[in-house]
Design a protein around this ligand. Sequence first.
Ligand SMILES: CCCCCCCCCCCC(=O)SCCNC(=O)CCNC(=O)[C@H](O)C(C)(C)COP(=O)(O)OP(=O)(O)OC[C@H]1O[C@@H](n2cnc3c(N)ncnc32)[C@H](O)[C@@H]1OP(=O)(O)O
Length: 239
Amino acid sequence: MTTTSPWAEHPAAPDPDPDLQAAVTELGAAVRDLLETTVTTTVPAGEQAAVAAGVRGLTARLAAATRGRHTLSALDDLPTFRRTYSPVTGVGNGFAPPVQFRREGDTVVGETVLGLRHEGPPAHCHGGVSALLMDQLLGSAAFLAGRWGMTAHLVLTYHGAVPLQTPLVLTARITETSGRKTVVTGGIALAAEPDRELVSGEAVFVSPRPELLELYFGALTTADGSPAPGHGATDGTAL
Ligand SMILES: CCCCCCCCCCCC(=O)SCCNC(=O)CCNC(=O)[C@H](O)C(C)(C)COP(=O)(O)OP(=O)(O)OC[C@H]1O[C@@H](n2cnc3c(N)ncnc32)[C@H](O)[C@@H]1OP(=O)(O)O
């Protein structure tokens, strides 16, 4: 079944702790600058070694309290898919550009600029990073249509190299929905030439059957140790 306007309304996420949100966002931005600068710096070896020692000291301070992989961060909210540390959209993840996706009519759109930490061929984006962006873009379109699923199939065509440090636009549309399956197409283009896709792709997202939901997410808890809301949903319309 092909759909033209499948967008769903989502509940509002509970307000995060503003102090924690601000601190995590600032730490993410600082680490983003650090990562980008570590791959562009040309300061002498001694200076790089001194900085490494300082960074290890800072890491030890953060390591004083950490969470495991089955515990959500205190800022995360699964029903609204607020994921603070996503490697694509997470404000708290220094590797993330980060890019935010939004609905515009029947399209999901995001803009971003990639850095040298995303480099593959010199001066251009790594093909795997493009795939990372595409997976999140297409998955976001499914989610924003109320069709959360895991990536079952992702096929990409690389038409042209994606330049770093250049404004990009990412767009996606739902092309088919059927049972637990959602098919989405989309692409990455220069913001200055939005109609010429440098990367195009299609993905199939499948909302897992109950046994898989339990296997993957059954142990998941919120930061305070409660079962994570929504992790047991099985109707293919929510996590
Ligand atoms: C703003 C915030 C946004 C937030 C948005 C967040 C975006 C996140 C984007 C990143 C997402 C990820 O990285 S997810 C991580 C990467 N992906 C994974 O690890 C998934 C690994 N694969 C699996 O666990 C499984 O294969 C599943 C869950 C995908 C499907 O298993 P299942 O539940 O047993 O499904 P199954 O019964 O076999 O099939 C159900 C239906 O789907 C179809 N189907 C199944 N696999 C495929 C396939 N590869 N290609 C075509 N169709 C398929 C079947 O034919 C069937 O159709 P019919 O007979 O009903 O017609």
